[in-house]
Design a binder for this molecule. Sequence first.
Ligand code: URA
Length: 239
Amino acid sequence: MSKRERLDKILSNIGYGSRKDVKAYVKKGVVKVNNETVKDSSKKLNPYKDRIEIEGELIEYKEYIYLMMNKPDGVISSTYDNIHRTVIDLIDEGYKAFNPFPVGRLDKDTEGLLLISNDGKLAHNLLSPKKHIDKIYYVKIEGEVTTDDVLKMKEGVVIDKDYKTMPATLEIINSNKISEVYITIKEGKFHQVKKMFKTLGKEVIYLKRISMGSLKLDEKLLPGEYRELTQEELKLLKD
Ligand code: URA
């Protein structure tokens, strides 16, 4: 946002309550714009250029937030659900004020990388089927995984009766009673990884997304933890 906006809208955007709340708050004389106390919340200013202080603290204005979460098992990837906990329930109130949403979905029992943001344009770009963004998953499979499975995944497999997936790359970490693999897919169909293995007669028993395009899960984040993207991560993601 580079144009001038009303002070009440700006403060409301960053979590100071409704416009009505903000109006009453600003009237108290606690807000300074460019070192002058402002009591009229309809005043227009540029939040990126003008200096806004609230109760003596300088505000760093931002329109968008970008959070990387290590999604835990048992939580659903949506903004609201009247039964289950959602990924949005796990984030601080300060971030919730930005009305963020999960960028794409992971199943309730899938863990790992989930981007949470209020930037619709970025979400659209990352999720667009035309963009073929690589998604890498770490998978545990019941039973052995063979080089024949690698070849079949490379050709694409049929899911949902008649949909042939795009080629996927399967890398076997180890093949045993419980096997571990990495799979890279370019689409994001509902339950795609589980369905692809089902087609090969195999069951996924654990699934964790570890990357999406250039964005890699920060392994320091425990399940349920999140952090803001760094400037570098954001730049790579937007490029
Ligand atoms: N594929 C799945 O089957 N589940 C997910 O959560 C993500 C990809």
